[in-house]
Write a protein that binds this ligand. Structure first.
Ligand code: NI
Length: 188
């Protein structure tokens, strides 16, 4: 296991679709996921996608810490989850704005519209299919991570770039509005 270097916005590995994994149970994928977990934990992230550590394959990891879950249905805490070749399907047309950060866009946060309720699927390291429905932070982090596999970073999903800024400035602005907890949703 090793902590890997994280690619930053502008690097070509973050701008192209990643390749499907042919064998989720291969030793190479297991080793990759071990490095991803170590790298994500070192960086204190909620999720990580393989292209962020310069690996051009469709693998994401994420977790939903208890403090980020809400009362919404299917927005429960989730243990560390590995998704190989994931798919995401919106279950509603409704989207909501929430602040996101990204380990590949360090120092910044932005308000990003995301579907409030999704169904996602993929394969685990044991080759078993995972299928879940999610809402709230859980749905947001999955959409953020899976976008990485299609070469999309969260600023590309933003519709109002006036809501993009340095994390300390955005936090200060939200605190002045009495809206401090929103920034805690910063993902990844
Ligand atoms: Ni990210």
């Amino acid at each position: 296991m090793a902590i890997r270097k994280i690619a930053k916005m502008g690097h070509s590995v973050l701008r192209k679709p990643a390749r499907a994994v042919s064998d989720p149970q291969s030793p190479e994928i297991r080793a990759l996921v071990a490095d991803m977990v170590e790298t994500m934990q070192d960086a204190n992230g909620a999720g990580l996608a393989a292209p962020q550590i310069h690996e051009d394959v469709r693998v994401v990891i994420f977790h939903v810490p208890a403090e980020r879950a809400s009362e919404a249905p299917d927005d429960r805490p989730a243990p560390l989850t590995v998704l190989i070749n994931p798919t995401v399907e919106p279950l509603t047309a409704e989207r909501e704005l929430g602040l996101e950060g990204c380990l590949s866009v360090p120092g910044f946060v932005g308000a990003v519209p995301r579907f409030t309720r999704i169904r996602y699927s993929g394969y685990g390291l044991d080759g078993q299919k995972i299928e879940r429905e999610a809402s709230g932070f859980h749905a947001r982090v999955v959409q953020h991570e899976c976008d990485h596999l299609d070469g999309i970073l969260y600023p590309q999903r933003m519709e109002d770039l006036s809501l993009f800024g340095y994390v300390e400035e955005v936090r200060r602005a939200l605190e002045q509005r009495g809206d401090a907890q929103t920034v805690e949703e910063a993902a990844d």
